[in-house]
Design a binder for this molecule. Structure first.
Ligand code: UD1
Length: 352
């Protein structure tokens, strides 16, 4: 059997690493394709090193562009690679443009597609990722879900039960594996108590008024609690474009995986609009305030430490106050978020 993996953007790397590792242990032939959606060293290369991933066999070097252009470039550059390599299964990860582009190419070539992190739904089609999830799951032959809500969503959309495999959360595999390495991180330069912030959703950062509103709330918070903020390139561009003064916040370049985990683990609270960070904080039992009106990861709210506040500055402040008062949710870890999801996927793929 020959498995070809497609990764492209930062959140894909920690999901693919455990699956690649588990298939490697079984001696299965693998090819790794990087679409080049993320290309900065600190958005891509450093993750390959820290996650001990093999270097990509092929890099499609698509870079940035509009959704249509980026997706189309991935498709036209990926097709000849698949035709040449003829894998038995192509695995795609998460919900980025690289995921849906590769799934579309394979389904037209009648090559079996497996979607890792299938079934998640925010039910908000204004999010580009929701469109990517819906299309990818319709095309996939094997759907690997992180939690029971994913299975229910897929059944609701008419996906045959036999294609759905509840395997748990692969991203938590990487977290479990690398958590001990966070002990070696030197956080001496950082404040003792801090809120860790990440922000990159187009709906939050591309609109001047929303970005200004969120950053003003963070500036207000910073008088009670230091704010540590590794900034995504998209957000950094917008802050400078809109001329917003953020000098009271600790702005950093995007961080490597282990350093970011170390900061999450020690944070008093995490404030984010990311998908994966809602899950990581749930596992780490760190309070998480999510600056979104909905989440495709509802289990982080029902079982975990996550709270949604949308762009409501009053709700953000009152949730933060609860954390400062020691009244945050402590939550519990969802079933099958145990570091073994990659192995489960490998066991399911083995017979193909
Ligand atoms: C993508 C994913 C998003 C994911 C996020 C994680 C889609 C639709 N979105 O969003 O789901 O949460 O990655 O980071 O696939 N840029 C750089 N260097 C890079 C990559 C991007 O400077 O290495 C800048 C470019 O100006 C680019 C912008 O960031 O235009 C946005 O990049 P893009 O890949 O389009 O989407 P993300 O916002 O990163």
């Amino acid at each position: 059997m020959h498995v070809l993996h497609v990764v492209g953007a930062r959140p894909n790397f920690m999901k693919a690493a455990p699956v690649i590792g588990a298939l490697h242990k079984k001696g299965i032939q693998q090819t790794l394709v990087h679409t080049g959606q993320h290309y900065d060293a600190n958005m891509s290369d450093v993750f390959f090193t820290q996650l001990a991933m093999p270097a990509p066999d092929v890099n499609l070097e698509v870079g940035s562009g509009s959704h249509a252009k980026q997706t189309a470039d991935i498709m036209s550059r990926f097709e000849p690679v698949v035709l040449e390599r003829r894998p038995d299964v192509v695995l795609v990860y998460g919900d980025v443009n690289s995921t849906v582009a590769a799934a579309l190419v394979c389904s037209k070539l009648l090559i079996r597609v497996g979607h890792v992190e299938a079934g998640l739904r925010s039910f908000d089609r204004t999010m580009p990722e929701e469109v990517n999830r819906l299309v990818t799951d319709q095309l996939a032959d094997l759907l690997f879900t992180p939690s029971e809500d994913g299975d229910a969503n897929l059944r609701q959309e008419g996906v045959a039960t036999g294609k759905i495999h509840l395997v748990g959360n692969v991203m938590i595999d990487s977290l479990v594996h690398l958590l001990p390495s966070t002990e070696r991180c030197n956080l001496n330069g950082f404040p003792k108590r801090y809120a860790l912030v990440t922000l990159h959703r187009p709906s939050n950062v591309d609109d001047a008024q929303s970005l200004r509103g969120i950053l003003e709330s963070l500036l207000e918070i910073s008088s009670d609690l230091e704010v540590v903020f590794p900034v995504h390139p998209r957000t950094r561009q917008r802050i400078s474009e809109f001329g917003i003064n953020v000098s009271r916040l600790h702005l950093l370049e995007p961080l490597p995986y282990i350093e970011f985990l170390a900061l999450q683990r020690r944070a008093l609270v995490v404030i984010t609009d990311s998908g994966g960070i809602q899950e990581e904080t749930t596992y780490l039992r760190v309070p998480c305030i999510t600056l979104r009106a909905n989440t495709e990861r509802p289990i982080t709210v029902t079982l975990g430490t996550n709270i949604l506040v949308g762009q409501d500055a009053v709700a953000l402040k009152s949730e933060l106050q609860r954390v400062l008062d020691g009244k945050a949710k402590s939550g519990s870890i969802p079933p099958l978020w145990d570091g073994k999801a990659g192995e489960r996927i490998a066991n399911i793929l083995k017979p193909f």
